[in-house]
Design a protein. Structure first.
Length: 177
């Protein structure tokens, strides 16, 4: 599978559907979903089979995050991978044990302290295999704050280390009183 840029959405959809169907049919294990060419295509786009497995698992089990959120999120990750990382994967795996706890808040916004380092790790392709960007906790944060997962990823890319700008933007979007 060659890297044909304009075919990214269609190829991603094909692999997403394949993963969804395999998971729905009872197949387990991210390393069992894709053949060598498909895995190479994912890697060339900054995506791992684990990412696709996580989407399939949550979509089948919970009906979310859904294809649209997966595509838009991975398109932003792909852009970062190709334009910032020049197609070279990071050799670092983030240590999620160092991230703030799930109950921590910044300026009254729950989950934000935790999702910030997680989102930065997602952008750089450094999420550990046991962490998913747009997991149930992330989705609750997105729902409460009226944010799409992909737009939060793009926001963090734009203001990478400027937490104040990120916080202000989240506050402006929040549905919370």
């Amino acid at each position: 599978m060659a890297l044909v840029h304009f075919d990214f959405p269609a190829t991603f959809r094909t692999l997403y559907k394949k993963g969804y169907q395999l998971y729905q049919d009872g197949q387990r294990g991210a390393d069992t979903f894709f053949d060598e060419a498909e895995t190479a295509w994912l890697k060339a786009n900054g995506i791992t089979p684990q990412h696709m497995y996580d989407y399939a698992e949550d979509d089948v089990d919970e009906g979310r995050p859904g294809f649209g959120n997966a595509l838009t999120t991975e398109a932003i990750r792909r852009d970062y991978f190709l334009s910032v990382q020049n197609g070279v994967p990071s050799e670092v795996i983030a240590d999620s044990d160092t991230w703030p706890g799930k109950a921590e808040e910044i300026e009254g916004i729950g989950w934000l302290p935790r999702i910030l380092p997680k989102t930065r790790a997602k952008l750089r392709g450094e999420l550990p295999a046991d962490m998913m960007y747009s997991c149930g906790g992330d989705r609750a944060f997105f729902d409460r704050n009226n944010i799409m997962p992909a737009e939060f990823l793009a926001l963090v890319w734009r203001h990478f280390d400027d937490d104040a700008a990120i916080i202000a933007w989240v506050k402006s979007r929040s549905l919370a009183p």
